[in-house]
Design a protein around this ligand. Sequence first.
Ligand SMILES: [Zn+2]
Length: 256
Amino acid sequence: MFVIGSCGLLGLLFGSFANVLVHRLPRGESIAFPGSHCPKCEHAIAWYDNIPVLSWMVLRGRCRHCAAPVAVRYPLLEAGLGLIWGLLAWHFSLKPELGMALVLSFLLWVLTWIDLETGLLPNALTFPGIALGLLYAVFFGDIYASLAGALAGYGVFWLVARVFLLLTGREGMGQGDFKLLAMLGAFLGWQALPFVIFLSSFVGAVIGSVYLLLTRNSMRAEIPFGPYLAVAGMIWLVWGEGLLFWFTELSRGLVR
Ligand SMILES: [Zn+2]
């Protein structure tokens, strides 16, 4: 209970930091300086106005100084990470996997929001992510599976994009997606890739079709792919062992 509670609270705090990354990374701003300030009136935000979720509710979503609205993304992103971290702590309890799960979910959470807002998946997150995934595997996991996952993750999407480009003359997928899949491969091992690719493409196709139906927009809508990869990666992180077992049993049954 104590572990779940503290991970939830830590998640709220790191959610605050995630907000800084989501706002500043795509704009190429420094993440350390200057301290938090209102983007409208530039007024510095005091610590008591910067308490995750609570401050936003107390100030009713407005800047204390100029009353400019503060996007609902801020408390949502903080509360979301608090919830994710609490659930992960409940699922993994105090094991090395929990540390890995917290780091990976933090990166995926930030990348998802940046991709939704800007269509970018910054190298400043995916490269350190790949390195951290490999580092974790050196100490607690299987470095060969992790290395193979990183290389295959990048390679598979690179190949798909090449073929797509040759066939259609269009860029179907962003470079950022290659690196995000490499990051997932580094954290989760190559065994996760078939599932992650299948699930993310499936969900992407379903949501893409619904979107096209609703908007009746015949133009190919640019729908970011990063969030689907992130969701598929999280599902594998939590239920991967069970899924792997289920797949092996299923394939054994098919062979028999
Ligand atoms: Zn202001």
